[in-house]
Write a protein that binds this ligand. Structure first.
Ligand SMILES: Cc1ncc(COP(=O)(O)O)c(C=O)c1O
Length: 302
């Protein structure tokens, strides 16, 4: 077993650290992957797009027929407390610290039975860690991706902890020395193992429809807003494999990748093989959105 670092976390009402946080072997998260999660990016001590992450947590829990065990203020208080403890453990002020807060809620502890038990207490776990950003080189040169069939289930819209399909998918690109696995279902683009995928054609950003086959990343709404503000065309529609292969640019988005340019796909250059103009605009606009959100959070606190 890895020796876990003394990172602050929260488990079922208690603040502790990772090596000391223990759950039951009969937790349905452990037995069935019967749980949901969220990953919130934190810039300068402030969660970015917290309301949207909380709304998605509600949607995921709703799909599992579970009530949210905490209020938004309670989630926010736990996150802020962990962010402050983590910053303190690194000897910096929270406003100097970029982190990723991970939230997980499982159905709870019960004897093993596939049927969803009623009236059991959910398991609530929250941890934080340093934000793992793309490297400067990845930003400058873009990243390599590979393609694979999407062999995951048909409820990919739930941010569920049942992630074996995504683990298999990501391992394909890892084994190939690539950053992500871009997946296709029946020759239409779905998403990547842990990111949404966008193509750019003739200046328009296109993403796949928000249906049950993809997770609606929190960046879906953000990218649409940024495109609107920048005068970039934006469309959600089914995208064929041929269109992906002929795209001018391909982008990944996720909490930690923000937007990231894909410059090779299965070893072939995408467009000119360098991060393109739409990526550069969106990445700059994303940084401005982060700065504005930090400033607004700071003002709200004063
Ligand atoms: C399968 C999948 N799609 C998309 C995303 C991107 O979502 P978000 O922008 O909320 O990070 C993720 C994030 O982990 C993911 O796992």
């Amino acid at each position: 077993m890895h020796n876990l670092p003394e990172i602050p976390c929260y488990l079922n009402g208690e603040f502790t650290t990772l090596p000391h946080a223990k759950i039951s072997v009969m937790d349905r998260g452990f037995i069935f992957g019967d749980g949901v999660y969220e990953v919130l990016p934190v810039y300068g001590g402030h969660p970015f797009r917290l309301a949207q992450h909380m709304a998605r947590l509600d949607r995921s829990l709703g799909e599992l027929r579970m009530a949210n065990p905490l209020t938004r203020d309670q989630w926010s208080d736990i996150a802020r407390s962990l962010i402050a403890s983590y910053a303190q453990s690194k000897g910096v002020q929270p406003d100097q610290s970029d982190q990723m807060v991970y939230i997980q809620v499982t159905r709870g502890v019960a004897m093993r039975d596939h049927v969803m038990p009623k009236d059991i207490a959910p398991t609530v776990f929250v941890m934080t860690n340093a934000m793992r950003m793309p490297s400067d080189e990845d930003r400058r040169r873009g990243v390599a991706c590979v393609t694979a069939d999407d062999f995951r289930w048909e409820k990919a819209h739930i941010k569920s902890t049942s992630l074996l399909g995504s683990v298999f998918s990501r391992q394909i690109s890892f084994d190939a020395g690539a950053t992500e696995t871009v997946m296709f279902r029946d020759n239409f683009l779905s998403e990547a193992a842990a990111s949404n995928v966008w193509i750019v054609k003739d200046g328009t950003v296109c993403g796949t429809p928000k249906d049950n086959l993809v997770l609606e990343g929190i960046r879906y709404g953000l990218i649409e807003e940024l495109c609107l503000a920048q005068g970039i065309g934006f469309a959600l529609r089914r995208i064929s494999r041929e269109e992906v292969l002929a795209a001018d640019e391909i982008l990944l988005s996720s909490a930690t990748k923000e937007v990231l340019s894909v410059t090779t796909l299965d070893g072939q250059a995408v467009g000119k093989g360098v991060p393109g103009p739409v990526y550069l605009k969106l990445h700059a606009a994303y940084q401005t959105a982060i700065a504005q959100s930090k400033a607004a959070a700071q003002t709200a606190r004063e």
